[in-house]
Design a protein around this ligand. Structure first.
Ligand code: FCB
Length: 446
């Protein structure tokens, strides 16, 4: 049946999750410790001292998750692999039980008609590698290439869409500069080293993928941002460009063979551990860019200083905010997609994450009537349609998230799911947004 909302028939509608946020089974079947296990078990790093030890127990309940995806008629499921299930110490021979888990998951998805989108890294670095310097250490990029190779060998015949990693900006900056994510450092030069080694890891893994001969598409998932200028004054427009550097061009420029942005190198170049040949590896051509989008802020020009090297400041705005305090601006999704399509032209772009946390309430009948989330999804789906009309090669949209899960430093105190998870019984219960998304996938949501 043809859809009636004008979206292309082959547009992919999916859902996203990540392993540490949903799997639980933190020590089962030979899994090693990751930096997120360590971080969450360090007092006061995560709100309410929650951990991912049990999470949504998807390690055991993956069939329930697949049944939900099937009920939605989702075209794809983007999930991440726990490196420490595959290599408990981040190197050497793989753990068969870990491979078996992902093999079952992939087979189950294929049987349900949901295409598996496999992501190799969503921040849960093996603790053993962290102890040797983590992403500050060049060798971690080589270890990542080895781990990626294991996944290609064991599952490459059944997975057609791969991404190396999720939001390396967060791994580098939240993990090493603000310290609100694992490993919790606050060190600018460590951050800069991590940037380079994350990109190197991506490039090495992608090259290995090309060498493997696997048929499939390969991308990198970033969380770009380009805050809109507060006014039409030229200085504010320039501030908007500069404000986007660390979230956007720092990643896409090297990926597109343009090396690191000059402004960044002028300030931080002496930290960057670039060796001969690295930039070629990093710019191995990819098949698509994954864009995670949640909000858009606004900026104006401010004087440059050591504390404010890019010379911009955020301004107050009128938008409603989600439970994360993130400003809801659907048109910002169209803007960032157009910006990327214009400056870094690529064959395909996917929205790999979009969604919202709201303080859900269960009604007496047990149902969560989350109309705010429905509005949010509808607004952003419309923005995707607008982007396509503007010529952006947008090929799919993945909702964050299928189920309520462990929201990093907020623990289980922020809910992004279209399905609620009872924290006592771990029972899954669709919210109204689940049924809305089913309609949207069928072409009736707009
Ligand atoms: C993104 C993360 C994802 C989730 C959402 C809300 O930055 O990739 O794991 O936590 O934010």
């Amino acid at each position: 049946m043809n859809r009636e909302d004008g979206f292309p028939q082959d547009f992919i509608w999916g859902c996203s999750t990540s392993c540490y946020q949903i799997e639980g089974a933190a020590k089962e079947d030979g899994k090693g410790i990751s930096i997120w296990d360590t971080f969450a078990h360090t007092p006061d790093k995560v709100l309410s001292n929650h951990t991912g030890d049990i999470a949504c127990d998807s390690y055991h309940r993956w069939k329930e998750d697949i049944a939900l995806l099937r009920e939605l008629n989702a075209g794809a499921y983007r999930f991440s692999v726990s490196w420490t299930r595959i290599q408990p110490e981040g190197k050497g021979a793989p753990n068969q039980k870990g491979l078996d888990y992902y093999s079952r998951l992939v087979d189950g998805l294929c049987e349900a008609g949901v295409e598996p989108w496999l992501e190799l890294f969503h921040w849960d670095l093996p603790q053993a590698l962290e102890e040797k310097g983590g992403w500050r250490n060049r060798d971690t990029a080589m270890r990542f290439e080895e781990y990626a190779g294991i996944m290609y060998d064991h599952i490459g015949d059944r997975v057609g869409h791969w991404t190396s990693m999720n939001e390396p900006w967060c791994a580098a900056f939240l993990g090493h500069l603000t310290g609100i994510h694992a490993p919790g450092l606050k060190d600018r030069s460590a951050t800069n080293r991590a940037v380079h080694h994350l990109l190197l890891a991506h490039g090495l893994a992608l090259r290995a993928f090309r060498r493997s001969g696997i048929k499939g598409e390969y991308g990198l998932v970033i969380n770009p941002s380009k805050p809109r200028p507060a006014t039409l004054r030229p200085e504010d427009a320039e501030a908007s460009e500069r404000a986007s550097i660390e979230r956007t061009s720092l990643w896409l420029d090297p990926i597109f063979g343009r090396s690191y942005p000059r402004v960044f190198m002028d300030i931080f170049g002496s930290d960057m551990p670039i060796e001969a040949g690295d930039m070629d590896i990093i710019s191995e051509p990819l098949d698509f860019i994954g864009v995670n989008y949640y909000d858009e802020e606004a900026v104006r020009a401010a004087p440059c200083s050591a504390q404010n090297p890019y010379g911009f400041e955020f301004v107050p705005t009128y938008q409603k905010k989600t439970d994360m305090g993130w400003e809801i601006e659907p048109s910002g999704l169209r803007r960032i997609l157009s910006y990327i399509a214009n400056v870094w032209p690529c064959k395909k772009i996917y929205v790999t994450e979009n969604g919202a946390a709201f303080p859900d309430k269960q009604d007496a009948d047990g149902i969560v009537r989350d109309y705010d989330r429905i509005d949010y999804i509808k607004g952003h789906a419309n923005a995707c349609g607008d982007a396509i009309k503007q010529g952006v090669p947008l090929k799919g949209y993945f909702l964050w998230s299928l189920i309520d899960n462990f929201e990093w430093s907020f623990g289980y105190n922020r809910a992004f799911g279209i399905v609620a998870v009872d924290r006592n019984t771990l029972e899954r219960r669709p919210k109204l947004s689940f049924y809305y998304y089913r309609d949207l996938i069928a072409g009736f949501g707009l």
